[in-house]
Design a protein around this ligand. Structure first.
Ligand SMILES: O=C(O)c1cc(C(=O)O)c2c(n1)C(=O)C(=O)c1cc(C(=O)O)[nH]c1-2
Length: 239
């Protein structure tokens, strides 16, 4: 690979999103188009809880390695967004409002006992990637958030329109994400534009984003196989 300008690098990153982001997955299309049952939506929310709950742990492993006060202060905010600044606040708690609203038992959700194996492996792979790879790759792997405001808008409007068991209150998780995600991804994009200075580093950044798209994609593959095709693995949530 030859050295790209920062604009060319950004264009390649956006191309990866256009081709591989999970808005293109058939399970999301069904979720947003109102084609799932309440039980299938429960399975989605239950499994995705593990992603939400693991994100602050993933950010904490990166925070510990960041070399400057400015970087740590920036990254610390992500942990506060998810864990909140006191009990009952933050994104993980708001995700539980969604699982409550869908009629799932909180203790069961938080126990992660009913998780699909595919969800656990995909989410853990993301946490381990961020823990083990370079700071540049770890920051680049968060860049799927460049594409999330669009899918979140589609999801909220689609789900409100199609499902009578969904309300604005149960989907409240997503409202702050519409401002948090662009703020976070603007920072991460500026960072990789500045710090990916060799062809090898640029390739590392592109591969990190592809990896992350695969994490999100395989979570939906697991849901589709278990709850649309009806092949629920032993031990996983049975609606
Ligand atoms: O609803 C979505 O489709 C979606 C996607 C993503 C993403 O692209 O990784 C995140 C989120 N939501 C999200 O809510 C969130 O907090 C989040 C954190 C991260 C990350 O990689 O650090 N991605 C995402």
């Amino acid at each position: 690979m030859t050295l790209l300008t920062p604009d060319q690098l950004e264009e390649r990153l956006r191309q990866i999103g256009a081709e591989r982001y999970h808005n293109r997955h058939p399970f999301h299309r069904k979720l947003h188009d109102g084609l799932l049952t309440k039980q299938q939506v429960q399975a989605w929310a239950l499994n995705r809880y593990y992603y939400q709950a693991s994100i602050p742990a993933k950010d904490a492993t990166l925070l510990a390695r960041l070399p400057t006060t400015d970087l740590r202060r920036e990254w610390r905010r992500r942990i506060e967004d998810h864990d909140g600044t006191g009990p009952g606040t933050g994104g993980v708690e708001r995700w539980l409002v969604l699982t409550d609203g869908l009629g799932l038992d909180r203790d069961y959700v938080q126990s992660t006992e009913g998780l699909l194996p595919g969800t656990r492996f995909a989410v853990d792979a993301y946490v381990h990637f961020v823990r083990d790879r370079s700071i540049l790759a770890a920051i680049a792997s968060s860049l799927t958030e460049l594409f999330s405001p669009k899918i979140i808008s589609e999801r909220v409007s689609g789900m409100l329109r199609h499902y009578d068991f969904i309300s604005e209150e149960t989907l409240a998780y997503f409202t702050p994400r519409l401002t948090q995600a662009p703020r976070d991804s603007d920072f991460a994009l500026a960072y990789v534009r500045e710090h990916a200075r060799t062809p090898e580093q640029q390739q590392e950044v592109l591969s990190a984003l592809e990896f992350k798209c695969s994490v999100l994609w395989s979570m939906l593959d697991a849901l589709d196989y278990a709850y649309v095709d009806g092949k629920i693995p032993p031990g996983a949530f049975v609606p």
